[in-house]
Design a protein around this ligand. Structure first.
Ligand SMILES: [Zn+2]
Length: 178
């Protein structure tokens, strides 16, 4: 694949392909150091931007360090992420033309008080980069916090801009567990 990084209308820099990519092709691997979730939280607790990708049940994260970390989120993406034997691949879910920006759905979770506003511009933009399951659990948490009994545990977590990226299935599993 011939990928380049240049400025993007979605957010800062983005990853573009200079050649056509066929549906189903592996575009790039999400590579980087593997950290435990606890280590990732320690390293990035006070950091503005992180590029963490949660593996499996979320106990291990990849600290992005390659082309793939520049790929922006879209609510109507042209790629998806696949976890295969502990490695994460960005795979085309449709044919992609030369010059297109590569995108996938971040399905964020564990973002603290960050609203993770989405600016993808897609027709069906859901307004946030959180997964649907995460949005549901956050809504439930807010409602619980509004009730007097839930106040104890609500709103204590530090806001963190955290790209804890995870494949859809894994994100859903984590959202259910929290
Ligand atoms: Zn969007």
């Amino acid at each position: 694949m011939a990928l380049i990084i240049r400025s993007s209308a979605i957010h800062a820099a983005g990853c573009y392909t200079t050649t056509r990519i066929r549906k189903g092709a592996r575009v790039v691997e999400y590579t980087g150091h593997r950290l435990s979730k606890v280590e990732g939280d320690q390293v990035y607790d006070s950091s503005g931007v992180t590029y963490l990708f949660g593996l499996g049940d979320g106990s291990v994260v990849i600290d992005g360090h390659s082309m793939a970390m520049f790929i922006n989120h879209s609510c109507q993406p042209n790629c998806e992420t696949e976890e295969i034997d502990g490695r994460v691949w960005i795979t085309a879910i449709r044919n992609i033309a030369a010059g297109e920006e590569i995108t996938y759905d971040y399905c964020l979770y564990d973002g603290g008080e960050d609203e993770a506003v989405c600016n993808c511009g897609a027709e069906k933009c859901r307004g946030t980069m959180y997964s649907r399951a995460e949005m549901k659990s956050r809504r439930a948490a807010r409602e619980k916090a509004a009730a007097p009994r839930g106040r104890r545990s609500a709103g204590r977590r530090k806001a963190r801009r955290k790209k804890s990226l995870t494949a859809r299935a894994a994100g859903d599993a984590i959202a259910r567990a929290t």
